[in-house]
Design a protein around this ligand. Structure first.
Ligand code: BGC
Length: 455
């Protein structure tokens, strides 16, 4: 539990700015530590970076066919029908989105997979898909999965609030196939399993060959990149030539300086001791860190949000979300009217302009650290691939933080400019939203063609 000494909000914000600063010196240390963890992970030693081989490389562009894609990884589950024309064009023909009920996220694996297959069933019916044909399906399953082939892998640990029992340690494709059989759906052949980062890299590089990094900055965070097969020592492929995309699971990187708020959040999470980088960077947690700070400040400064019971309004865990922070930081009105409206909606009707400015600064402190840590992690991966920054690197990024959070991208590119000066131009961040649909279909096409090419 955080204990609080009295302090004025001005002083408190300065203290926080200090506490949450990620200096260029810090970033250099993070890069070195990242490289050490990457090396250990690739060699098969214990590491906070799992460095999971995906069994797929960038596409050639001639992949073609019709595919069904599943996308599980956040609060929504999606089923898509995607068509590839073999000329670098991918078209989403149909998509259905389903909210995953809490009882499925946190119940049993059987419940969760039955829910997934129920959604597939509705999708087939709604789109009048002929059940007499056989469809290749690609499953974007955005959790840490130790893949053993392109279509097999065991869930290592749940993240992002999922806890469905009986799934950790099990092969995801077997669980999906069992659920398909329980519902007598036989028109689906599960061809590929992929992480959302891999889908993002693959989708972007379908049309842009300079893309060698796929990143998610959304509910969770993670990245994958192209690695030389010869560097993935744990695969033990003699005479390895070529490249393979590696899912880093960077959300679990743990060489980080935690604040008391981070520790408090971690302890109350469903996975204490794991996913430290994710808990400092991703959308699922930023609101909660800010809420803990806000509550602390209301206890310390009797002037902040005086006469209102802010602690009461925000007493519920996770009641402050990254979307709210986005709205708060995006308020550029002179009197911070949007923030006022937000506070009123939460039962606080008498905030002063100073209160609102303070709240905005709290959000800025938390989101700036997230953006700089994200940039540090991207820098680490790029300098691992290309220490002198000789080549151009396009980073395909998906996720609402990157796409929607005011100033997030600018704060990241600022790090590259300060770190690499002229050479920062070699790094381009692009919003790439097609990973779990188009990327997944491309991966299924690669998998299906390598199956046909088997001797
Ligand atoms: C998961 C990753 C995923 C990321 C972004 C993390 O919680 O462990 O596998 O790529 O979220 O969705």
């Amino acid at each position: 539990m955080v204990t609080s000494a009295p302090i004025a909000s001005e002083e408190f914000v300065s203290y926080l700015e200090n506490l949450f600063t990620i200096s260029l010196k810090d970033i250099k240390v993070i890069i070195t530590d990242f490289h050490a963890e990457m090396q250990k992970g690739l060699s098969g030693y214990e590491s906070s970076l799992k460095m999971i081989p995906s069994f797929v490389d960038r596409p050639k562009g001639d992949e073609h066919g019709s595919f069904i894609a599943l996308d599980l990884g956040g609060t929504n589950f999606r089923v898509l029908a995607v068509e590839l024309d073999g000329k670098r064009n991918a078209t989403v023909r149909a998509v259905s989105k389903f909210v995953i009920p809490k009882k499925e996220m946190r119940g049993t694996g059987v419940q969760l997979f039955d829910f997934i297959v129920g959604c597939i069933d509705s999708f087939l019916t709604e789109n009048s898909i002929d059940r007499k044909k056989l469809y290749n399906l690609s499953f974007t399953f955005s959790f840490p999965v130790e893949q053993t082939t392109i279509a097999a892998g065991k869930l290592l640990i749940w993240t992002k609030g999922f806890t469905a029992k009986g799934v950790e340690g099990k092969d995801i494709i077997i669980l999906l196939n069992e659920a398909l059989s329980r519902r007598n759906i036989s028109c689906i052949k599960v061809t590929a399993l992929a992480n959302d980062t891999v889908g993002t890299l693959v989708a972007r590089s379908y049309t842009d060959p300079t893309c060698d990094l796929g990143v998610i900055l959304g509910t969770g965070t993670n990245a994958c990149y192209r690695e030389k097969l010869s560097n993935i020592q744990k695969l033990k492929v003699a005479d390895a030539k070529g490249y393979m995309i590696v899912n880093m699971e960077w959300g679990n990187f743990n060489q980080l300086r935690l604040t008391r708020y981070d520790n408090e959040l971690d302890q109350a999470s469903v996975n204490p001791g794991a996913m430290y980088l994710e808990k400092m960077v991703s959308g699922m947690y930023l609101g909660e860190i800010t809420r803990l700070i806000l509550i602390d400040l209301t206890k310390r400064d009797p002037i902040f949000l005086k006469d209102s019971d802010a602690a009461e309004s925000f007493k519920k865990r996770n009641s402050l979300k990254a979307e709210h922070m986005s709205l708060i930081e995006g308020d550029t009105t002179t009197n911070l009217d949007e923030i006022d409206r937000f506070l009123r909606n939460n039962g606080i009707s008498n905030s002063t302009p100073h209160d609102r400015t303070t709240l905005k600064r709290l959000c800025e402190v938390v989101s700036a650290r997230a953006a700089r840590l994200g940039a540090a992690a991207i820098s680490a991966v790029i300098t691992w691939m290309d220490p002198e920054l000789k080549d151009v690197h396009t980073v395909g990024i998906d996720g609402s933080l990157f796409e929607k959070y005011p100033g997030f991208e600018a704060k990241m590119t600022d790090v590259f400019k300060k770190m690499y000066v002229e050479k920062a131009k070699k790094i381009t961040l692009v919003n790439s939203k097609d990973g779990s649909g188009k990327g997944a279909a491309i991966i299924a096409a690669i998998a299906a063609s390598s199956e046909t090419n088997q001797p």
